[in-house]
Structures are given as C-alpha cells and as structure tokens.
Write a protein that binds this ligand. Structure first.
Ligand code: ADP
Length: 513
C-alpha cells in the first residue's frame, strides 16, 4: 500500500515530544513490512541540525492561503536507518524560526496560517511528485485539515470547482488534466497523540483554509465559536486512532475528552486504539553504550546492580545495594502527577531510608519542590533538573522502581523502557499505562503476569499505598521480584506488532465505499 504520513514532527528532524518518535518509527517499520511510505514535514530551521543531508527537489508551487497565493518549495531527505523519503515543505517566513510552535513559551500568532499552508502544500506536492497515495495519515491538530481537504476540496470534482471559483482557473490544471481519480480513492487516518492540544483559533481564520463556511458547524470544524483543528481532523477522517486502546476509550468520557467527548462518541465506530512501540535498538540494555554494565535476561541479576551503584555514585547518593532506589524521568507537567511523588518522598525517606533520583525539567514549582527535597535529604534525594538523554538511559538501568503516576497518559514510553531494562514501573491505571503494565497482586505474581505496580486513584494517599506495597515486595519477596523483572524484560514492545495493526486498519478503510 502507498501511505503518506503528514506530521508536524518526526525524529530526528524536528521533535518536541513522543509524536516525533511515532512519526519516524512507524513509517520505517511499515516500509519493512513491504509498504511504500513517505513522510511530509515543514522545513523548520531545526531540520538542518540533524546532520542529515537535505536536498532540493527543484519543485516549487503556489497554494492559496485565504485570498493570497503563497509560494513553497519541496526539499527531500531520508529517514535514517530506512529508505523512507521525507519531503519538507519550505517557506522560510513560516517555518525558519526559533521554535516549532512557539518562542519563549509564547505561541506564534500565525500558527493557524502556518499549518493551513503546510496541509495545502502536502496535496500540491503529492500531485507534483506523482506519489500514488492510497492512505493519508495525519497526526494531531497541526494536520487536522488534511482529512478535511481530502473530504471537501479534493472530492468528486468539487475540488476543482471550488478552487477555480475561489482562486482563478489559470493557477490549476483543468479538470481533464488533473482528474480526481487520484484523490477519490484516497482514505484518511487521523491519529490523536494528546487531546489537550487542539489548535483552537479565532473563527476568522476559517477564511484562510479555503474550505466552505458551510462546514463551520458544531458537528464539523466549529467549537464554541472558534475554529478547532483537532476536531476538524476527528470529524472528517475515515478512521481515527489514538495511541493506546485504553486512551481510545477514555477520551470518549467526560473526564478525559477535553470537551470533545461528544464528537468522539459520535464517531465511536471509527475510533481505535493502537499502542505505540518503542525503539528497541536505542533502548536495548544489551548494547546501550550509556550503561556502566550491559545486560540481558541471563545476566540482569549480576549486572543491573552495577548500574544501580554507578547511578548512586553519579548522583552523589550513598552506594547501597539493598536500599530501594526509585525515580522519575519526565517532563515536569501537571499531566505527569509528579506533585504526588513530591508529596510522598518524605514518608519513604524517613520510614525506610529509600532513595530517589528525579530527572526532568518544566514546571518551575515542581523544579523548586524537588530541589528543596534534595537539599533536605542529600543522602536520599537527587534532583537532576535538566534534559539529558544518556542520563535517562542510566536512570532507567539503575533504578529498582520507576514512578509514573500520570493523571492521563495517551501511551507513555518510559514505562516500556523501564520494563525492557528490568526496572519495575509503578504507574497509575490510565491510558497506555493501563495497557502495558500488569500490577503486582498475589494473583498476578502467582500466575507470573505481574510486571510492575498499579495505583488507581491519582491521590497522594493511593500512591503512597502502592509504593509501600512495591517496597514491601522489594524487601520481602525477593524471588517474586526477580520473576517480575524477567517477565517485564521479555515483553515484546517492538513497533512490528503495532505497525501490523495500522496496516490492517489501512486495508479495512481502503474497502470503504
Ligand atoms: P511525553 O511524550 O508525554 O513527554 P513519554 O513518556 O511518551 O511522555 O515520552 C517522553 C520521552 O522524553 C521519553 O523518551 C523520555 O525518556 C524523554 N525525557 C523526558 N524528560 C527527559 C529528560 N529530562 N532527560 C532525558 N529524557 C527525557
């Protein structure tokens, strides 16, 4: 099948979060499965920093943005480790900037216009490059207009009618020369990576999209008087996916729907949840160059303690093999529930002498709380307020227990990295965490399915009880602990399984009339 990925991020070219990892790993894996895949990205300033050659295709074009014609150029590169072509939509006034979406925490005022241009350009570029696309796979609000353009401007000849009407026939090939055979057969998939970020803009921006105002209604693009691009993707796509089965259910409820639960429930039949995989080459304890001692399931009990000792040394904590070492690698954000971790640290330091390593940056209040805890308990708490990838690998390998009590978590990666590194994740029952972790109980320990710990209620009390249970197992159920480590390390988190599920979905929607 021929699949075109449209995304505002793909590693290593442009990344602010997990979206970038999915939009490079998934296309690469689909290609390995035998599909033809290409990726479209904006040509941000950052793409040139990845150290990968980027060429021009020599192709330029104009697309309408409101009443203006805006010029663009297509650049080309390849996803590292694959043969997946990456096409960049270049217009430096829009994309050659300090950040992807904002500078110094302030969103760019023209974000709507930037991504309208991007989405329109993708259609034009596919025509120019002659890509025989069958599936257009869009991701998050930045590309929410892709399913909408496909379903409006690019369907059944109406597209040309509209475009001619609005922007002048001379700019576009006549209908005979550019028949819609092409677009009529194309189906769209829209993946939601996080419901929080919706791309809401003033309704005047609707004019810039070139889509008829008749679609500015509560069941399509309008949301309380605003233009909502996430909603636009949801309402127009042939299929909607999100990054875990549990999150797919949750977002249809009042607690997690971020005010779009109604429209999601309306489209319930089209929604499915497919778990993200992880990069099993980058996150492999057997070959990880960042580790003090590499290991696998055969050597974990001999070598993992060396990593624990190295981490304790690195963080200035006393070296102690029998002290439970707990920790976090995370953005400091309300979503992640780290305030609860800060709440419970004193109890476990004082009652058990437990140690904590916290690696992350973000919310200044959380940075302050963890720094203060480290000052108060210098032998027990290390607060590493920075972003450091090598260190994140060392933390994953060195800890006994990884804490991830997220308030919501569309998929989450760190719990899977932890499992692969034989570090038991302690998570809250939400989203992808609920799908990937089997919490230890007498029953799951006995049937050898336990691979972590599960907290349910998202309160400090509940987290404290769950950590208490985890430390009890660590101290008193050593054989069970070892079994849980082995169960966790043997889980298959590779992208192959998930990519296969996406391929099945593409085939199903291809058959839609
Ligand atoms: P989210 O995408 O919501 O931030 P995920 O768990 O899906 O959460 O992915 C976060 C990614 O960012 C992981 O790869 C994690 O290791 C990495 N990360 C977060 N904070 C840091 C940090 N301070 N240093 C290094 N890596 C970090």
């Amino acid at each position: 099948m021929n699949i075109v990925f449209v995304s505002s991020e793909a590693a290593p070219f442009a990344k602010t979060g997990g979206l970038a990892d999915v939009c490079s790993a998934l296309p690469a894996t689909l290609q390995q499965l035998g599909h033809q895949v290409s990726v479209f990205l904006p040509a941000y300033r950052q793409i040139y920093d990845a150290g990968i050659p980027i060429e021009t295709t020599g192709m330029g074009y104009c697309v309408p943005v409101g009443t203006r014609e805006v010029w663009g150029e297509i650049l080309k590169s390849t996803l590292p480790g694959s043969e997946v072509p990456v096409y960049f939509v270049r217009h430096d006034r829009y994309f050659f900037r300090e950040g992807l979406y904002n500078s110094n925490g302030v969103d760019y005022q023209d974000n709507c216009e930037r991504f309208i241009f991007f989405c329109r350009s993708v259609f034009r570029a596919i025509e120019l490059l002659n890509i025989p696309v069958e599936i257009l796979h869009a991701n998050d609000w930045q590309t929410g207009l892709v399913p909408a353009y496909l379903a409006t401007l690019y369907q059944n000849g109406r597209a040309l009618g509209n475009r001619t009407e609005l922007f002048g026939a001379e700019l576009y090939p006549p209908q005979e020369a550019q028949p819609n055979r092409f677009w009529n057969k194309v189906r769209s998939v829209f993946t939601i990576h996080n419901m929080r970020h919706q791309g809401r803009f003033m309704q005047q921006e609707m004019e810039l999209t070139g889509i008829d105002w008749k679609y500015f209604t509560f069941d399509k693009m309008e949301f309380y008087g605003q233009l909502n691009l996430l909603k636009t993707g949801i309402t127009f796509a042939d299929a909607i996916t999100t990054v875990s089965p549990e999150y797919a259910k949750e977002i249809q409820t009042d607690d997690f729907g971020e005010s779009l639960q109604g429209v999601l429930r309306y489209r319930s039949e089209a929604i499915s949840g497919i778990l993200n995989g992880i990069d099993t080459a980058e996150w492999n304890p057997e070959t990880d160059p960042a580790l003090a001692a590499a290991y696998n399931t055969e050597t974990v009990f001999e070598k993992k303690p060396l990593n624990k000792a190295a981490l304790q040394r690195e963080c200035g904590l006393p070296e102690s093999a029998d002290t439970p070492l707990l920790g976090v690698v995370s953005r400091f954000d309300w979503q992640k529930g780290l305030d609860l971790v800060a709440d419970v640290i004193p109890h476990f330091v004082e009652s058990r002498g437990a140690q904590f390593v916290i690696l992350g940056t973000g919310d200044p209040e959380l940075e302050r709380r963890f720094t203060e805890l480290a000052a108060r308990y210098p032998n027990n708490v290390a607060a590493l307020i920075k972003f450091n990838s090598a260190l994140s690998h060392q933390v994953e390998a060195g800890l006994d227990i990884f804490l991830m009590p997220s308030r919501y978590e569309p998929c989450g990666l760190n719990q899977m990295y932890s499992q692969r590194y034989g570090t038991l994740p302690l998570v809250r029952h939400t989203g992808g965490l609920a799908d990937t972790v089997v919490g230890a109980s007498d029953e799951t320990i006995a049937n050898r399915t336990a691979n972590g710990f599960m907290s349910h209620w998202g309160t400090s009390d509940d987290l404290q009880k769950t950590v208490d249970w985890a430390i009890h197992c660590y101290d008193h159920r050593k054989e069970d602990w070892r079994q849980m480590i082995l169960t966790a390390m043997k889980i298959d988190h590779s992208w192959r399984k998930s990519a296969g599920l996406y391929a099945d979905l593409y085939e199903r929607i291809q058959m839609l009339g």
